[in-house]
Design a protein around this ligand. Structure first.
Ligand SMILES: Nc1ncnc2c1ncn2[C@@H]1O[C@H](COP(=O)(O)OP(=O)(O)O)[C@@H](O)[C@H]1O
Ligand SMILES: [Mg+2]
Length: 309
């Protein structure tokens, strides 16, 4: 595996407040890396430092092997950006915006035209290509901006809250395009404040809160790391007396809803074993048995609300 984003000790201070506070992480080639955090956490500021829009106060960022400060042109040839605020000109058409972007990246005209057609087809805007962007809906505009970011076939794509405020249809389209791009080899770095989106799309998620990276791991691992207490839901084919389950190994609490028992445990495996033994001994067959991990929502809230930075 090779490292495509190497962020080391990145810090940005605005006046008296630290927007980004000594952040370090790596993104590997082929990953979809999610940068998850609430509003004001420092996602956009981090993205702008990584993409060379603003200089960090301390630290360095290496993108595709190039230092973003000292070799910005080389770095920028290899990545595309969907920024937080639109970079499309509203008094130009989609087609003109794409060609302009092609020119900025030094693409030969014929190549830029061919690529623009492909991309407009991909984002479902080919029929609207000669319409000025000001007539576009928010979702259409965002799809155009994605197309613009891909004009030079970058191997790495940065997106800053690409689906924020979009309708369901455009959101789904963008997420599915990102998955396809990733399958074809594009590394993706995206920021989001939407945990479900991060959970569904990303291989790894870094959680940022008040400028600090508070956790970084696979979404599934984050969930379990946050909460070692597991819930087990079980039902039997016959009534079992109240509270007989409370004495089983690892069990902390027992609650009954309808025919199901909700058990919290600190030792999931031991509790499941003792449930099986209980079932045999009492000739009460287990009808359902589910283990419920904490949701990413719960994990996210806990990490972003902890008192200690
Ligand atoms: N250009 C700026 N000048 C002053 N403060 C800023 C500027 N940009 C961002 N901030 C502040 O830095 C913090 C992080 O902002 P931002 O990176 O936009 O967060 P996010 O993208 O996670 O919502 C916020 O407190 C914000 O008000
Ligand atoms: Mg932002």
């Amino acid at each position: 595996m090779s490292v495509v984003i190497h962020a080391s000790d990145l810090t940005k201070v605005f006046g008296k407040s630290i927007a980004v506070d000594h952040i370090s992480f790596d993104v590997q080639k082929g990953e979809i890396f999610g940068f998850l955090g609430p509003n004001g956490a420092g996602k956009t500021t981090s993205t702008r430092m990584l993409t060379g829009v603003i200089p960090p106060d301390t630290g360095t960022a290496t993108i595709l092997g190039y230092d973003i400060r000292s070799e910005p042109v080389l770095a920028k040839q290899g990545f595309g950006v969907v920024p937080e605020t639109s970079n499309a000109y509203s008094d130009l058409t989609a087609w003109q915006n794409l060609l302009l972007m092609g020119e900025l990246y030094g693409l030969p005209r014929a190549r830029a035209e061919q690529r623009s057609s492909e991309l407009l087809g991909m984002v479902g805007l080919l029929e609207r290509k000669d319409q000025k962007v000001q007539a576009y809906s928010k979702g259409m505009k965002q799809r155009l901006i994605l197309a613009m970011a891909l004009i030079h076939e970058p191997e790495l794509l940065f997106l800053d809250e690409p689906t924020s405020g979009l309708d369901v249809q455009s959101t789904q389209m963008i997420l599915s395009l990102l998955r396809d791009l990733n399958k074809q080899g594009t590394t993706i770095f995206l920021t989001t404040h939407n945990m479900e989106e991060a959970n569904r799309l990303c291989h790894r998620v870094g959680i940022i809160r008040a400028g600090k990276m508070v956790a970084i791991d696979a979404p599934e691992k984050l969930k379990t790391a946050i909460d070692r207490v597991h819930k087990i839901e079980v039902s039997f084919d016959r009534d079992v007396p109240d509270n007989t389950l409370a004495g089983l190994e690892g069990v902390m609490t027992v609650n009954r809803t309808g025919d199901k028992w909700q058990i919290t445990t600190q030792n999931k495996d031991a509790t499941i074993h003792s449930l099986a033994a209980f079932s045999q001994k009492n000739s009460a067959a287990i009808v359902t048995l589910n283990t419920l991990a904490p949701s990413l929502d719960e994990a996210f809230l806990r990490l972003t609300q902890e008192a200690k930075p």
